[in-house]
Design a protein around this ligand. Sequence first.
Ligand SMILES: *Cc1c(COP(=O)(O)O)cnc(C)c1O
Length: 354
Amino acid sequence: MADSNKITKRLTDRSRLSEVDFKNIAFGHVYSDHMFMIDYLDGMWQKQSIEPYDYIKLLPGAAILHYAQTVFEGLKAYRGQNGETLVFRPDMNFKRLNKSAERLCIPNIPEDILMNGMDELLRIDSAWVPDLPGTSLYIRPFIFATEENIGVKPADKYKFILFTCPVGAYYSKPVKVKIETIFSRTVSGGTGFAKAGGNYASSLYPAKLANEDGYDQLIWTDGQTHKFIEEAGTMNLMFVVDNVLITAETGDTVLNGITRDSVITLARDWGMQVEVRQITVEEVISGLEEGKIQEAFGVGTAATVAHIELIGYEGKDYTLPEINDEFFSSRVARELDGIKTGKIADKFGWIHKV
Ligand SMILES: *Cc1c(COP(=O)(O)O)cnc(C)c1O
């Protein structure tokens, strides 16, 4: 086990907690008091520290500012039934962070150091874990190149930071999405499986065009033919047809979502048939035309489940059945919420207690 005594601590004398209106928190706008940091230099991850959340100093020549050598993760902590802090499957996020890092030539960080630092930070900022229904503490670990060098090469200095944000519900109402057939999020051989900063920068423009046409999000198709369904925005995408749960395989263009894995596990546990396979745009459109698609929804840490009410394709909009509480997507969202907050027994060993 990593030794928490190795973490140098400098705590704030002016907590911002009392300024927060926990009933109205916009995603990504409220930051907890402290952050956990580790610096990499001389070929090693060095000093670990917990400091007040504040500006960081970078030189204009820092590599991250030029070529996006950076990876991140997103996970959540919840307030348990006895006031304890519970984190959902953090081991999976730390494994994926290192997998993403490898693709971007960023050095790996031992998982026990990450887990221990996160726990220590969550103990210090435990009052920031909200307890209202639908709220949680979003945890953002990320690594970026700090070396002053504008040559295109892997940097030799990095910084890891983990900070937290109390958050409310992400999408409160069902979303309208458009099947994208011009732009691509990623291509085979690219960085689509990694949570690499650049992937999200390049998705902004097509998403903006879709927003201008009245859609909330995009459904990405494969970069080569645009004939196969991949993901929805920054979520994995699922359909229910004939009571069968259908979702695309993960690979180098479809990110291996932890929510996706959890939903598939629960569906199978409930005896539902699950098909993990290629999904064609054609079958989705004909399914919509024939009214065979019972449910379509995105799954990811930020929203957990985002119900889809409308899918646009080549200028035509198709509406989906109105969502009710008996839908699989509604039930699985409630089940996950119950497990995450300790109301439902954690039979899969998904909960990490701080
Ligand atoms: C983060 C992310 C997801 C969802 O992954 P979770 O582990 O469930 O949060 C899906 N697709 C993309 C592109 C993502 O960045």
